[in-house]
Design a protein. Sequence first.
Length: 419
Amino acid sequence: MDSKTLYARAQQLMPGGVNSPLRACRYVNSEPVFIDRAAGAYLWDVEGRQYIDYVLSWGPMLLGHCDPEVAEAVYVAVNKGTSYGAPCEGEVSLAEEITKLIPSMEMMRMVSSGTEATMSALRLARGYTGRDKVVKFIGNYHGHNDAFLAAAGSAAQAVPGTPGVPDDIVKHTLLAHYNDLEAVKAHFKESGDEIACVIVEPAAGNMGLVLPEDGFLQGLRDLCTKHGALLIFDEVITGFRVSLGGAQQRYGITPDLTTLGKIIGGGFPVGCYGGKKEIMEHMAPCGGVFQAGTLSGNPVAMAAGLATLKVLQKRDYDALEARTREFATALTGILKDKGQAVTLNHIASAFTIYFSEVPVTNMAESSACNGDLYATFWKQMQAQGINLAPAGFECAFTSFVHTDEDLEKTLEAARNVTF
Ligand code: PMP
């Protein structure tokens, strides 16, 4: 069945025909293609068209789709049963691997999505400190928990008033622009002893890629320490992408709590939050802060995550970073040659090319970018078999299996685009 027919059926059954809003492709005035299968750096739609994939399931597939070692681990796990609702070895092994690579996560909890991870980390921070307020950055996205749906990034920016989220809840969410340490200082000055935590994407990926300016993360660390608040790094995107030890290793800043998702599930629904043992032991059944999950620590998902982390340790992050930088710079150059004002943000295997004349360091600058030009670019790239995020305020990701030929084909497609 073709995408058009499937989309018509889907629209009868799901709002916008999708199970997650961005997939509807409305920011690029288009309609979704339905995917039939994926392998390596490629997707194939239901009509058999092949795409070079730079969305990679919004981040998880850093090894590419269907990595053979991950797939093998999943087959083995599936044949041992798909869910026990009881402890299993896989969850211990995955936690051991995570704490080895991200030592600040001395103790952790597996959950089933990034949303659950950040929601639970916030509850823990509140329970641990006995305070209610959270500082959040405009344009950072931490999933769809009520407290974080205030000036959120990604598709959540489509609902500015965020219907359904009580004012009584978001009144505890204090906002600041990303990279604006002074604004955070002002919040601490005004209500320092009420702030439970500061949550931040240590390199932001939901207003496009926006990097922390020098001193920003250290400044947050210092303010939290001074005022007895917890610093939460939301590493759902950056974890295992910007380095094996995440953004915290790359920038040398240790948070109190970390949230993970995406890559640690190897394509399965997994999230995780963790940090200092002394803080984590406030979770039930050790402590009074409650969180639970029927499918938490699911054996198949744990096997996929563990295999992913093991394979990643055999890959060359520096080489991928260098190739991605070269590729993203070339792509930016092609657009410039066509007379477009564009600016590139890049780290490791993630980048965003903004249709903007000025550097992008926060949400205001990201929002000012030209969405129509992005849509024009996106549509013509998609028509040539290049899958980019269907919105200009997202990251593009490369994987360890994108070949030089894939990257060159992508550049060739960009050369053919007309504005
Ligand atoms: N935090 C960040 C930084 C994210 O990018 C996302 C999802 N894109 C989430 C949390 C929420 O994760 P999930 O979609 O798995 O609930």
